[in-house]
Design a binder for this molecule. Structure first.
Ligand SMILES: [Zn+2]
Ligand SMILES: [Zn+2]
Length: 82
């Protein structure tokens, strides 16, 4: 279930156009960053980003702003490889 457009809008504003991931990707040579906040930036129009559910819907997460994380495709692939 995707986030409503207004939630994505607010989350994107919060991100400042920069990936909000600060996970530790240590051990993954293909990760865009190892720790601290990911340096990847993007613009809303041109993509390269994903509105990610911090807690997935299946695990009880919702479509709230708090549960929405704007992250780059590189980080998304790392945490949610499908
Ligand atoms: Zn990232
Ligand atoms: Zn990351």
């Amino acid at each position: 279930m995707p986030f409503p457009e207004d939630v994505i809008e607010q989350a994107f504003k919060r991100s400042g156009g920069r990936c909000e991931c600060s996970r530790d990707h240590e051990g993954d040579v293909n990760a865009p960053h190892l720790d601290e906040r990911c340096p990847r930036t993007f613009s809303k129009e041109f993509g390269g980003w994903v509105a990610h559910h911090k807690v997935s819907i299946i695990e009880g997460g919702d479509n709230s702003l708090d549960n929405c994380e704007i992250i780059c495709e590189g980080c998304h692939k790392h945490i949610d490889p499908i």
